[in-house]
Design a binder for this molecule. Structure first.
Ligand code: NAD
Ligand code: ZN
Ligand code: ZN
Length: 362
């Protein structure tokens, strides 16, 4: 029997989201229905609403979530009803050319549910990042469920499902930050602050936070930034050189998605250093770089999808660090809200008032 639940829908580009009745089918082969307990508001949800990802409206938003498996379809063996899970958007296929060459973190054919959730009139929904979790219950592929220790509450565990994992992984996996390195993080929202935590966990000795908002810089310090730079008043490239003996940072992480900031990362990087783009640009943006410098500075210009994570490997490890008090996931949660408050949370995000608003469900 399919179920009727509440879900947060973006129907039209740029228009406020609405809370509507959605239909969640019973899980088919390989699928699971998950009762969502908490779901963070990520900037990518806002990108979807703004039409910045694609035009497949209406979207069921939300993708940074933890919950309990309610039911599973035929052939599902990795999870069972009652399991406590974080939802992931990288259920690797094992068969594509990336998986076959031993790089499943780049999987080009990740699994999502094959059935569609719909509006009450039957209109098919596009779930954000193949998840859709601003709703009481959601339908996913069973591989999108990663079991973790239930001692970690849903409001913090869910954050690993997107932004925090993306940031930590951008530093540790994509950027390959190691002990003693200097790391500059541009954009200190949820993703950027997680990159700061990742750099700190990896043993970086200098962590330079850049933002346009002093409040964000203060929070960044709390997560481990050793230096801060407000780029509206101080040139970040010069500042980063000044605190790295004139050299630039070993790893520069762009956690916003803006071409002018990418250029700053490119210029603030030491010779043979690494730029990591984890912010998501919109389709109209272009970037222009001096070609001779692309060659002359050497190193690597990399992009980080989901922090190059493998959920089965990384989520339980990060939950362990959280439970040991070594990973401050609680520090990301500025407020907990209801499903009806997501539109207001977008405004607070735009105004820089929150790191994460987290929707909590009964
Ligand atoms: N690559 C991935 O897998 C992945 C995963 C999750 C999110 N993202 C993307 O990461 C980005 C950040 O997400 P978030 O949830 O942290 O967003 P956020 O809105 O919470 O944070 C963005 C931060 O950037 C700052 N900022 C804005 N313009 C700036 C500028 N010109 N210079 C310096 N700082 C500036 C803001 O003040 C804010 O602190 C978004 O583009 C999001 O879509 C990517
Ligand atoms: Zn694959
Ligand atoms: Zn996200």
């Amino acid at each position: 029997m399919s179920q009727e639940v509440r879900g947060v829908i973006a129907r039209t580009k740029g228009e406020p989201v609405s809370l509507e009745t959605i239909i969640v089918p019973d899980p088919g082969p390989g699928e699971a229905v998950v009762a969502v307990q908490a779901c963070g508001v990520c900037h990518t949800d806002l990108h979807y609403r703004e039409g910045g990802i694609n035009d497949d409206f209406p979207f069921l938003l939300g993708h940074e979530a933890a919950g309990t498996v309610e039911s599973v379809g035929e052939g599902v063996t990795n999870v069972a009803p009652g399991d406590y899970v974080i939802l992931n958007w990288r259920a690797v296929c094992g068969n594509c050319r990336a998986c076959k060459r031993g790089q499943p973190q780049y999987c080009f054919d990740t699994h999502n549910a094959s059935q569609k959730m719909t509006l009450a009139d039957g209109t098919e929904l596009s779930p954000a990042l193949g998840i859709g979790a601003f709703c009481d219950k959601t339908l996913v592929h069973s591989g999108q469920c990663t079991t973790v220790d239930p001692a970690a509450p849903p409001s913090v565990a869910g954050l690993l499902g997107c932004g925090v994992m993306a940031g930590i992984g951008a530093a540790i996996n994509t950027g390959g930050v190691t002990r003693g390195q200097s790391v500059a993080v541009f954009g200190c929202g949820g993703v950027g602050d997680a990159a700061i935590i990742g750099a700190r966990l990896a043993g970086a000795s200098k962590i330079i936070a850049v933002d346009i908002d002093d409040r964000k810089l203060e929070w960044a310090q709390g997560f481990g930034a050793t230096h801060t730079c407000n780029s509206t008043t101080t040139d970040p490239v010069e500042f980063i050189r000044s605190v790295t003996d004139g050299n630039g940072a070993d790893v520069c992480i762009e956690a916003i998605g803006r071409p002018e900031v990418y250029r700053q990362c490119f210029e603030a990087r030491d010779l043979a250093g690494t730029v990591v783009l984890v912010g998501v640009p919109n389709p109209e943006m272009t970037v222009e770089l001096p070609y001779i410098e692309v060659f002359g500075r050497g190193g690597a210009l990399k992009s980080s999808w989901y922090g190059d994570c493998l959920p089965e490997r990384d989520f339980p490890m990060l939950i362990d660090l959280y439970l040991q008090g070594r990973l401050d996931l609680g520090g990301f949660v500025t407020e907990t809200i209801g499903l009806e408050d997501v539109e207001a949370a977008f405004h607070k995000m735009e105004a820089g008032e929150v790191l994460r608003s987290v929707v909590e469900l009964a």
